[in-house]
Design a protein around this ligand. Structure first.
Ligand code: FES
Length: 85
């Protein structure tokens, strides 16, 4: 089975809006889904440049689906729904 790619933004906007959340997401996902996902830290997902998107950071991509205002719960829920397909 191909691993789910989780791109986690490490850019300034996302860090300012949720640096501790980003770190917690990375730690939690790495521990919980080590053999099912690939964590890819990205400098900037280029979403923060769009209108009014600053307030919805931090951002994470789970495969091709964008998660705004990312939290452990949101990202985990999306990963689990993809694993059940
Ligand atoms: S800093 Fe996260 S999308 Fe740009």
């Amino acid at each position: 089975m191909e691993k789910i790619k989780v791109k986690i933004c490490q850019g300034t906007t996302c860090f300012v809006m949720g640096g501790s959340v980003i770190k917690a997401i990375m730690d939690t996902l790495t521990e919980k889904y080590a053999d099912k996902i690939e964590i890819i830290p990205v400098r900037c997902l280029e979403v923060c440049h769009e209108n009014d998107s600053f307030s919805k950071a931090p951002y994470v991509y789970v495969d091709d689906e964008l998660v705004s205002d990312a939290s452990i719960e949101k990202v985990t829920s999306l990963i689990e729904s993809k694993l059940q397909k």
